[in-house]
Design a protein around this ligand. Sequence first.
Ligand code: FES
Ligand SMILES: [Fe+2]
Length: 377
Amino acid sequence: MSDKANGGMEKSLDSAAYLTADAFARDKAAIFHRQWFCAGREEDMPAPGDHKILDIAGESVIVVRGKEGAIHAHYNVCRHRGARMCDAVSDARWGVKLDAGVVGRTMIRCPYHGWSYALDGRLLAAPQLQDSPGFDKAAFGLHPVAVQTWGGFVFLNLSPDTAPDFTADLAEPSRRLANYPLADLVTAQTINYEVNANWKLILENYNECYHCPGVHPELTAIVPAFKVRGGIDLDWEAGIPHREGAYTYTWDGTTRRAPFPGLSEEEKVRHKGELIYPNLMFSVSCDHAAAFVLWPLAADRTLIECRFLFHPDEVAKGDFDPSDAVDFWDLVNRQDWAVCERVQSGIAARVHTHGFYAPIEDLSLDIRRYIERCGEP
Ligand code: FES
Ligand SMILES: [Fe+2]
C-alpha cells in the first residue's frame, strides 16, 4: 500500500513487538529494568516491616517500609551465595518453613547461612565472619532498587545508578491533578485481571476512544463525548464532561459519595485520565479513582491490578458501598480486555506485519514514541 493510500495514518509498531519472546526480552531490558515503573500503593505497607515481594518482569524485589517510615526496595537475593531470601513458594513445595525473609519487622534474613540485613539493606551480621580480618560489612549491602512516591503510588527503578529524573515525567500529571487528594485515597477493592495480551496493546487501547462507541455502550451513555471523533477533541486538561445530570463513572452517572475535598466546580462534574508510562493507567472521577497497574508476564500475557480508590472519610461510613463504581468499571474493563485479546490473536496472522493508527488515534502513537525514547537495551 502506498503511503498516499493511508489517509494520514501512521504505522503501528511491528506485530512482532507484541508477539515474540525476543521482543518481550527487549521490553524488559530497555524499559522495565531501566525506567521508573509503578509498583503499587504506599498504603499497602503502612507500618515498619510491612513488605511485599514483587516479580517485576522476571526480577524478584523486596519492597519494605523501614524503621523510620521510608520505603526501601532491594533485589531479593543474598549477597553471600545468592539465595532468594523471601520465597514462600519454594518452602511450600517442600512442605517446610524456613526462618527467612523479613523477620521480626526489623531485618531481612537469608535462610541459607543466616546473613541478616537491616530493612534499609545494610548487612547487619554474617555468622562466623564477624571477626574475619578485612571483612567489610559495608561492602555487602543488598543490591538496591530505587524508590520514589507520587500521589500515594510507589515507583521503583531497577537500575538506580542510571535512573532517569523521576519528577520530569510526573510534572504534567501533577499539575493536572493538583486538586485531587491522591495520597490520601485508600483502596477499597482490587480486581486482578490476567489478560492474554501484550502490555503495550493494553496501553494503546487505553489511549484512544475510537473504539468506545462499539465496545462500551454503557460508558458512552454516561459520557457521550467519547463517541465524538474518537475523543480526539477531548480536553483532558479541564476534564471530560458527562451527559446532562451525570458526574461520575457509575451505572447512572451519580453517586451518594461526596466529591473529594478541594476540587474545582468543573472537577466535581468531570473526569480526568492519565497514562503514566510504562505501566500505570489512572482515571479519576469526583468521588473515586480507578488505578490500573500493569505487570507484564510474557509477550502475550499481562496481569492488570485494578484498584478502586476512595476518600477515607467515605470508606469510614457505615453504609459505604463501592459497588456502583466497581461493577460499572468491571464491565467496561472486561469489554476492553476482550478487544485487547482479539487484537493479540489477530495480529499473529502471517499477513499482518503491522497495523495503523487513524489520525484520531494520535495518542495511541505515544507508545511508539515512548519505546523510541527509552532507546535500545
Ligand atoms: S546465601 Fe545467604 S547467607 Fe549464604
Ligand atoms: Fe475502552
